[in-house]
Design a protein around this ligand. Structure first.
Ligand SMILES: Cc1ncc(COP(=O)(O)O)c(C=O)c1O
Length: 458
């Protein structure tokens, strides 16, 4: 027997209870944004969480009050606040107030971001934002792409496009490969695995950078595979070092290879007057990805993928189906055509809103802050007995060692630091050695914060 047709659409009714919930949620959001900083917090075990929450998914529903209480009192404090100014692990985040608030508008608006016919206004705003990024990279007028969930998907989409482009022009021959330095992000190797292509390792220089001469040597040494794309880092995550983009671009042009720049972490520095010179040569790339959720002050999850010639990506990645044919007749710009995705939140809008409101100079200042702070932190480390700087920072990552410490000592120190609520700083491994790493992206992080952490290492 079929279930009865719903007579009480309580799921979608705006009643007094909904109104009350709305006020509670807006208050919570306001408090969270006002709090500076929000508590760092930290993880709990699954058993602890189960004990604290009890069974949450039931046939009868817990109601708004109890469910929201569980989030506020149990679940949220078990998540680290990655916008805390002393969260310096991995790549932190630091969404602007304007971007965070506008994310609420995006959520409430049910805008379908795949196709122009449905999301024209939002896509127009996203595209101007992408053109700003393309312009910073020196890409030509027609450049464009889409916002996607992260650098991982950006690298996959760009390399899928590159492979299809290669096959269109060269057919099938030797097994295919991409070339990258060992410092390339793990998602590049993941993309290669998904595409079932090999990765040719280009030896890094003394800072781990991919350089033109090393790329040339690696390409000339390969005889049993065909390299179709080179991935260069616009800020390698572990050490924050930018590859020799000009050298790579020169060789890729010469050999007709696709150059993709993975600038997921560092690409924000294109918008910084003092960071931009490090990216000389990116204008010769075929595609690049930069994550606004990392250093462009956007909430999760948001990455910008830009192609020099978006038509190539469109040819490679557009999905065709009977029910989609209508979209091909009246084409303006369908973001779904430029990555391995379809349904898409218009996740570029929080960045657009904040950027349009504040202006690009404010972004320049806020990004430059972290580059300058990294240099200041380096001087502070050099001035601290028992600490050694590994290398001069380029972007906003600082690597340093505590002389004589074992990996276990670093981990214990890091765990205790988080448990104390002071800071979140995890060790990393560089050239086989366990060391400490700061990654700055938050304009609210100051040298006083750095000093507080260094004092814990005395
Ligand atoms: C250089 C680089 N590429 C790619 C990624 C993956 O990006 P996402 O986590 O947004 O998928 C990261 C993440 O830190 C990164 O630093």
């Amino acid at each position: 027997m079929l279930p009865p047709v719903i007579k009480d659409p309580s799921l979608h009714k705006f009643d007094d209870r909904t109104e009350l919930l709305a006020h509670r949620i807006f208050e919570y959001v306001l408090d969270r944004i006002r709090m500076s900083p929000a508590p760092l917090d930290g993880p709990r075990t699954p058993a602890e969480l189960t004990a604290a929450t009890g069974k949450m998914i039931t046939s009868y529903g817990l109601g708004y009050d109890e469910t929201f209480r569980l989030f506020k009192d149990v679940l949220a404090p078990a998540c680290i606040s990655s916008d805390h100014p002393r969260y310096l692990s991995f790549v932190p985040t630091a969404p602007s107030e304007a971007a965070t608030l506008f994310d609420l508008v995006v959520s409430a608006s049910s805008i379908y971001g795949d196709w122009w016919v449905e999301g024209a206004g939002a896509i127009h705003a996203e595209n101007e934002t992408l053109r700003w990024l393309a312009g910073l990279a020196g890409f030509p007028e027609g450049a464009g792409g889409t916002f996607i969930s992260g650098g991982t998907l950006g690298n996959l989409a760009a390399l899928t496009t590159a492979r299809q482009h290669w096959r269109t022009h060269h057919g099938r021959g030797l097994p295919l490969a991409i070339a990258a330095a060992p410092s390339a992000h793990s998602s590049v190797r993941l993309a290669a695995m998904v595409l079932d292509v090999d990765v040719i390792t280009v030896a890094g220089d003394e800072r781990g950078r991919l350089t033109g001469p090393a790329l040339l040597a690696a390409l000339d040494a390969v005889t049993d595979r065909q390299v179709f794309a080179v991935v260069a880092s616009g800020g390698a995550t572990n050490a924050g070092i930018v590859d020799d983009l000009a050298g790579a671009a020169h060789i890729c042009t010469d050999r007709d290879l696709w150059l993709h720049v993975d600038a997921a972490y560092g690409g924000a520095a294109l918008a910084s007057t003092i960071g931009r010179p490090l990216f000389a040569g990116i204008e010769g790339a075929d595609s690049f990805v930069v994550d606004p959720h990392k250093w462009l002050f956007s909430p999760f999850d948001c990455a910008a993928l830009v192609y020099r010639q978006p038509g190539i990506a469109r040819g490679a990645l557009t999905q065709h189906a009977e029910y989609l044919e209508t979209l091909e007749t009246n084409y303006e710009w369908n973001p779904s055509d430029f990555a391995v995705h379809m349904t898409r939140r218009v996740r570029g809008l929080p960045l657009w809103f904040s950027l349009a409101s504040h202006g690009t100079d404010a972004y320049d200042r806020a990004i430059s802050h972290s580059i300058l702070l990294a240099k200041e932190a380096a001087r502070m480390i050099e001035a601290t007995a028992g600490l050694e700087l590994l290398m001069e920072p380029e972007l906003s990552v600082v690597l340093f060692r505590k002389v004589g410490w074992t990996p276990e000592q670093y981990q214990t120190w890091s765990d205790e630091l988080l448990a104390s609520g002071l800071a979140f700083v995890v060790p990393t491994v560089y050239n086989g050695e366990t060391v400490l790493r700061f990654c700055f992206v938050n304009p609210l992080t100051t040298s006083d914060d750095v000093q507080l952490i260094l004092d814990e290492l005395a």
